[in-house]
Write a protein that binds this ligand. Structure first.
Ligand SMILES: Nc1nc2c(ncn2[C@@H]2O[C@H](COP(=O)(O)OP(=O)(O)O)[C@@H](O)[C@H]2O)c(=O)[nH]1
Ligand SMILES: [Mg+2]
Length: 420
């Protein structure tokens, strides 16, 4: 493939900026500036010269094809972290007829060259986007190939089951009863239950990856917007003593002890003649029902029975004004806010216990397909059983992007940055 190049570090000033090249000829392009680089995977401190012009002093290294991130010949120039130097070097490579990389193109090549499976690519994308510890941990497991290894084990179970079934088919001609060995059904039942537990761990893992939603609800003037602002330590939502101030849903993204959480400030729940406010109330109710947890706020410490779900939190507001026994907060003095956030963390982390590794819908759908293929197979004739096993295996191939990856690649890689 042609040689692509891009700055691999974020653009801007820094200690070091790295320009990376990939493709057959990457080494030669680097050597053109740096002089001969005899050994791969060895760093050389060199002057980068284009004719008489000194471009920079840089650390330069290259990797041979098959032993690099992309699987192709790769060269890296570790330049001084100044945009003007990076621009000069990029201009040089462009003038040499090399091509600037597109977003995610290095990773795309890594995938196409079999260096990463599609789940690893998704994990890498998550890792680059991760904002909290829980997101980072989950993304690292995905990017590190854990799902690929798990899938490989499942595939081996299918291969073994398939082989046992095939052997019973072969005997069929010779009037041997074509009974499928019992071991096949044990294997497939075991596989089904492993797929089951991975599938049921999706919802929680997806929340860890994308973040939980927590809706702050309650009557107008309960102090919902004030609570959001107190937590944000700035004014994200408008506060006033005029009921119906908050109409749209305001989102506040926080890192709750490692969990990504979006707090939703909603319109006060009340009956109103104001059409716009009523739309806000409807929207608030919908979002509140869809949220992972609802925090019910009121001056009196009453919950909204219609919206209450297990795991919700009840808070009495404005504790600076009147005495309250428990679950009381004041957005003015800060009383009870830390305790509330801790309670929220406990309720949410309770839900992450069941989190699996599969955290993207694409991955989930492949698993569900594989599971479906293996349902109701008891008593099937060997030929049809073999077909079901093949179909399950191809769903697992889809999970790792060995087949059918094309339609996802563009979607996945457009979210990557250039140079990744
Ligand atoms: N004393 C006191 N007043 C509060 C507190 N929180 C909010 N308020 C007041 O209650 C009124 C309504 O607050 P707001 O946050 O807009 O309520 P929302 O309608 O639920 O969003 C405003 O006048 C706030 O200043 C609090 O903790 N203590
Ligand atoms: Mg409000």
């Amino acid at each position: 493939m042609d040689v692509i190049f891009a700055e691999a570090t974020p653009s801007g000033r820094g200690g070091v900026s790295i320009v990376r090249l990939s493709g057959s000829g990457a080494r030669a392009a680097a050597e053109y500036l740096a002089g001969e680089l005899q050994y791969p995977r060895q760093a050389y401190l060199r002057e980068l010269r284009h004719g008489d012009e000194l471009l920079d002093h840089a650390l330069v290294l290259w990797f041979e094809a098959g032993h690099s991130f992309t699987g192709e010949e790769v060269a890296e120039l570790h330049l001084h972290g100044a945009p003007v130097i990076v621009r000069r070097v990029l201009r040089f490579f462009a003038a040499q007829g090399l091509r600037p990389a597109e977003a995610g193109e290095f990773t795309r090549r890594a995938f196409l060259n079999g260096k990463m499976d599609l789940a690893e690519v998704e994990g890498l994308g998550d890792l680059l986007e991760a904002e909290t510890e829980a997101q980072r941990r989950l993304a690292l497991r995905l990017a590190g190939g854990e799902l690929g290894r798990r899938t490989e084990r499942w595939r081996n179970m299918l291969i073994r089951a398939g082989a046992l079934v095939e052997s019973s088919v072969d005997f069929a001609d010779e009037d041997v009863p074509d009974d499928v060995p019992l071991e096949v059904f044990h294997l497939l039942a075991d596989l089904r239950s492993q797929l089951d537990s991975e599938i049921s761990g999706y919802a929680a893992a997806e929340r860890v990856r994308a973040g939980f939603e927590v809706a702050i609800i309650g009557p107008p003037n309960a102090g919902k917007s004030s609570l959001i602002n107190r937590i944000a330590k700035r004014e994200v939502a408008l506060v006033s003593d005029i009921a119906g101030t908050t109409r749209d849903i305001i989102e506040l993204r926080i890192d709750l002890q490692g969990l990504a959480v979006t707090l939703l400030d909603t319109a006060g729940l009340r009956d109103t003649d104001d059409q716009i406010e009523m739309m806000g109330v409807d929207r608030a109710k919908q979002r509140a029902m869809a949220a992972d947890i609802r925090v019910h706020l009121s001056d009196t410490g009453q919950k909204d029975q219609r919206l209450w779900q297990e795991g919700d939190i009840l808070l009495q507001t404005k504790s600076d004004l009147r005495h309250a026994e428990k679950n009381a907060i004041s957005s003015f003095t800060g009383e009870g806010i830390d305790e509330f956030l801790h309670q929220l963390f406990l309720n949410l982390s309770q839900r992450t216990i069941s989190a699996g590794l599969v955290s993207h819908e694409r991955q989930l759908l492949s698993l569900i397909d594989a599971h479906k293929a293996l349902e109701g197979i008891e008593g099937l004739p060997p030929e049809i059983l073999a077909e079901a096993i093949r179909s399950a295996a191809s769903s697992l191939d889809r999970l790792l992007g060995r087949i059918g990856a094309e339609e996802y690649l563009d979607v996945i890689f457009t979210s990557f940055c250039i140079g990744k």
